[in-house]
Design a protein around this ligand. Structure first.
Ligand SMILES: [Zn+2]
Ligand SMILES: [Zn+2]
Ligand SMILES: [Zn+2]
Ligand SMILES: [Zn+2]
Length: 558
């Protein structure tokens, strides 16, 4: 019987105390799992260690021998099939079926199965419902995307993560709800023709803005609502405004540098809202929109009754998920999209009552299985009748409760990814030695391309209008980490169209900057600069002098 009072427990991983409150207990009771043994942060890191949204490897499909891009490195022990082969009827994943062994822990058996059954090289639907989206992961119903991760219905988007229904955007993190021509946007919705903006909604033709809504033609503004022709929150005439914009020469690298510094100084004079929550009720976390009863959640829109979760659209009554769309009663799952009662699943969408499955879409009542499509009453890739399944499953759950496995996500140490190629490294960076000491895998094959530079930084034209077509044949060198990188045709087209200078930093450094700005999953404790209430915020004192709690900020700006 689960406790009916709030309880402090000691995390079995980091030894810190954490609280399990009444709502938590009733959720665990509803879905029939024991209370967790890890604290929320350790649970998040454990899940993140199973998610690679940044590194691609070259592999060969084991079925048709075609060269493919994969999130799985050659040496990680996983067998991979290309999209076409995996979805074909040329093979049968039930051939790998086996009996459950009650003398061994479940995770050990599941781990063996995961390394025997071929899985999808990459999670995207390129050449099925997406076109020209080869270099993408977790990308569906899209067109002409390049180096995009976790996107849905995107067209012409490059170097971005977490996007929906957006067109012609570049270097964005979280572009939701119909954006067009947005460059360097963080958590933006319904914006058009905007550059270098953060936490903005319904903006048009604006640059360097933070927390502005329904504005057009605003430059370096903070917290404005329904304004036009404002510079540094001051009302300008139309003529004066465009003269000001012209002065900055935003089509040049030096102009953008100057604007970045000026805006950062201007931003320092304002209190920052400790957490960015728009239209939210009874919620804690950061970057939440139109949500209700969310606890410690991040980058989620239209959520209800969820906790300890990150990156989602329309999740309901779910805990501890990572990247999800329209899930219900999910727990400890990765991408349980359009699913009901997922537990410990990875990329097993459109499913119900799936427990511990990897790449098992459109399945119901399935347990401990890999690469099974449309499966029902399956245990360790073996078919059962409904009656047999209903008799065996409770025995397995009982066994897993004895081994302490039931309700827990698979250990990070069992992940097929190197810790350094996963999301965990972004939230809790470790050195190789530290990772190995904790028993995590480390991917040694991540070579940073260096030394082939053909166009040094000083020779890149300052103004995008002076950049010639041949720039796509050049090898550039990142001004920050020295990594060699290229400019692709599609990117150049966007830069020219939006009059944006060629970036001097590589894709990885650009994405790292946005990760650091957002600091999702790394909130610190501070006090509201107005009412002194304790708040959890991503902003360190060195970077943001004053934070205000949501209530104080609302009174001041909303
Ligand atoms: Zn912990
Ligand atoms: Zn193939
Ligand atoms: Zn770099
Ligand atoms: Zn306050």
């Amino acid at each position: 019987m689960l406790s009916m009072v709030s309880e402090d427990r000691k995390c079995q991983n980091c030894n810190d105390n954490f609280t399990i409150d009444l709502d938590d207990f009733s959720f665990y009771e509803k879905i029939g799992v024991p209370a967790p043994t890890f604290c929320p942060k350790c649970r998040m890191i454990r899940r993140m260690a199973w998610r690679n949204d940044m590194v691609f490897h070259r592999r060969t499909c084991e079925h048709c021998s075609k060269k493919v891009i994969s999130v799985h490195a050659e040496n990680n022990g996983m067998r991979i099939f290309c999209n076409a082969c995996w979805w074909s009827d040329d093979w049968d994943s039930y051939e790998y079926g086996r009996d459950y062994d009650f003398s061994r822990p479940f995770f050990e058996q599941y781990n063996e199965l995961m390394r025997e059954v071929p899985v999808l090289a990459l999670m995207n639907d390129n050449r099925i419902t997406s076109t020209n989206c080869e270099y993408t992961s977790d990308c569906f119903y899209s067109k002409d995307c390049y180096m995009t991760f976790v996107v849905w219905k995107q067209d012409g988007v490059s170097y971005s993560r977490y996007g929906m229904n957006s067109t012609d955007c570049g270097d964005c993190s979280s572009v939701m709800g119909g954006n067009e021509l947005v460059y360097e946007g963080i958590f933006v919705r319904d914006c058009y023709d905007c550059r270098y903006i953060e936490s903005c909604t319904g903006l048009t033709s604006s640059s360097f803005c933070y927390d502005c809504r329904g504005c057009s033609d605003c430059f370096m503004c903070i917290g404005l609502r329904q304004q036009q022709y404002c510079f540094k929150n001051e009302q300008f005439t139309k003529e004066h405004y465009f003269k000001k914009i012209e002065e900055y020469q935003l089509s040049t690298y030096s102009g953008v540098q100057r604007a970045t510094l000026d805006f950062s100084e201007f931003q320092h004079q304002f209190p920052r809202r400790a957490n960015y929550l728009v239209n939210c009720v009874a919620s804690t976390g950061h970057e939440l929109a139109n949500s209700k009863n969310m606890k410690e959640c991040y980058n989620i829109a239209d959520g209800e009754n969820c906790a300890y979760s990150m990156h989602a659209d329309s999740p309901k009554d779910s805990y501890d998920f990572l990247v999800a769309g329209e899930c219900e009663q999910a727990y400890e799952s990765l991408t349980p999209d359009n699913s009901y009662r997922s537990l410990g699943t990875i990329f097993s969408n459109k499913s119900s009552y799936s427990r511990y499955t990897l790449h098992c879409p459109t399945s119901n009542n399935i347990f401990g299985s890999v690469s099974v499509r449309k499966g029902e009453y399956i245990i360790l890739n073996k078919r059962y009748t409904k009656e047999e399944y209903e008799e065996l499953l409770p025995e397995i759950i009982k066994h897993m409760k004895e081994t302490g496995e039931y309700g827990e996500f698979m250990p990070a140490q069992m992940s097929f990814f190197g810790y350094n190629e996963t999301m965990a490294q972004e939230v809790m960076p470790l050195t190789k030695d530290q990772a190995i000491e904790k028993g995590y895998n480390w991917q040694g094959d991540l070579v940073k391309p260096l030394g082939s530079t053909t166009l040094p930084v000083i020779d890149i034209p300052n103004d995008i209008i002076d950049v010639s077509d041949s720039v796509v044949d050049e090898v550039l060198e990142c001004a920050e980490c020295k990594r060699n990188y290229r400019i692709v045709q599609q990117e150049l087209k966007l830069y020219r169209r939006m009059r944006i200078p060629i970036p001097r930093k590589c894709f990885q450094c650009r994405i790292d900057r946005r990760i650091n700005v957002r600091s999702l999953g790394r909130l610190l404790f501070r006090n509201c600069g107005k009412c002194e209430a304790e708040v959890r915020t991503p902003y360190q004192k060195e970077h943001v002098a004053t934070v205000w709690c949501n209530d104080c900020y609302k009174k001041g700006f909303d």
